[in-house]
Design a protein around this ligand. Sequence first.
Ligand SMILES: [Zn+2]
Ligand SMILES: [Zn+2]
Length: 177
Amino acid sequence: MRFALYWDHRSPQGLQRPVQRLIEGVLGIEGDVDECDRLMLTGFDLLRRQYNAQVLLTCLEAVQRRRGGRDPILLVVPDDLYVPREEYVFGLARPSQGTAVVSTARLHNDFYGRSPSEDDLVDRIAKEGAHEIGHLLGLEHCSERECVMYAPHSLDELDRKRKMCCAPCAARLRGNT
Ligand SMILES: [Zn+2]
Ligand SMILES: [Zn+2]
């Protein structure tokens, strides 16, 4: 099994490989980077200026079908995401389809008025990406605050997580992959 990292051409460039390698390290499976500039994305809400993450995942349905596989696909977009009844989400996974999406919009220091750091950005995309792919590999949310499968409610909670699974999540992952 390999994961596919679909990197929207508008997402921050030059970070694909470092993010891929970090996710590989967290999950213990290898991945491939796919630059995508032909993906038709729908689900933009003009009033919220955000994409509906559920609609984006439905856009990925066709991609997954074309690939003919069940291997995890993670799309990285620069746009802010929401799901109905939530102000925003960092990412979303749909395990029944093997598809997930992560937004870089709220992972930049600049978004919070802090000085920019590419290292912070790479770390956060990798943690969020590994988290969503973790769902695609059968993992659920974990109450261990440092585990990558912990569901963060803020940037600080995301930063507190380590780039690894806790022992029980790691054991579950080994059993599933
Ligand atoms: Zn989650
Ligand atoms: Zn855990």
